[in-house]
Structures are given as structure tokens and as C-alpha cells.
Design a binder for this molecule. Structure first.
Ligand code: SF4
Ligand code: SF4
Length: 96
């Protein structure tokens, strides 16, 4: 998934590890393997791999995950396929 990444350091993904009960659902549903499990707690292993699809948040039974799902990430990725990384930004009218 290295080629299909969001812009660096802009994901709204947050994980409260103190709430995590270690069910592992987030590791199963995340399409980009953002989470890993360690000592029965989820950890964010690849923050910039998150494309804000919301699957982890929607499947976490204890609301340990928070994010603002949106299309900005997907739009940026699609634009980057056509334009390359240059010219793809959340600051432009062509993105969210
Ligand atoms: S929002 Fe989607 S891509 Fe991001 S961590 Fe959750 S499941 Fe993975
Ligand atoms: S889905 Fe929630 S409770 Fe389950 S491992 Fe992930 S963060 Fe922890």
C-alpha cells in the first residue's frame, strides 16, 4: 500500500489506547494495516496510511477510535494518480 497514501500528517485518526479492550477488530477491517496489536492493545503503526474510511471507528465496540471520515483523502489520492504528488493539496479548490 505504499503507493496509495494520504497526505502526510493530516489524518484525523485518533486512538485512545486506555479504552481499548484488545478485540482486534480494527486490525481486521483496516484496508491499509494502520493498526497493530501489542500486549492486547491496539496501536497506530502507520498513521499516514489512514485514508479516513471510518471502518475502524465504526467497528470498535468501545469507541476507542475517533476520526472525521471524509472524501478528502480519496480525492487527494485520485488526483495524485493523475497529477503526481505536486499540485495535490488540501489547500486547493480541487480538494476538500
Ligand atoms: S479510517 Fe480506514 S484506513 Fe484509517 S485506520 Fe481506520 S480503517 Fe484504516
Ligand atoms: S477495535 Fe477498538 S477495542 Fe478493538 S482492538 Fe481496535 S481499538 Fe481496541
Amino acid at each position: 500500500m505504499e503507493k496509495f497514501r494520504y497526505l502526510p500528517n493530516v489524518s484525523t485518526l485518533k486512538l485512545d489506547e486506555s479504552l481499548c479492550i484488545g478485540c482486534g477488530s480494527c486490525t481486521l477491517v483496516c484496508p491499509h494495516s494502520v493498526f497493530t496489536m501489542n500486549e492486547k492493545k491496539a496501536h497506530i503503526a502507520d498513521f499516514d496510511g489512514c485514508m479516513e474510511c471510518g471502518a475502524c471507528m465504526n467497528n470498535c465496540p468501545v469507541a476507542a477510535i475517533d476520526l472525521r471520515p471524509g472524501v478528502g483523502c480519496a480525492a487527494a489520492i485520485i488526483q495524485s494518480w493523475f497529477k503526481g504528488k505536486v499540485g495535490v493539496s488540501c489547500e486547493t479548490e480541487t480538494c476538500c
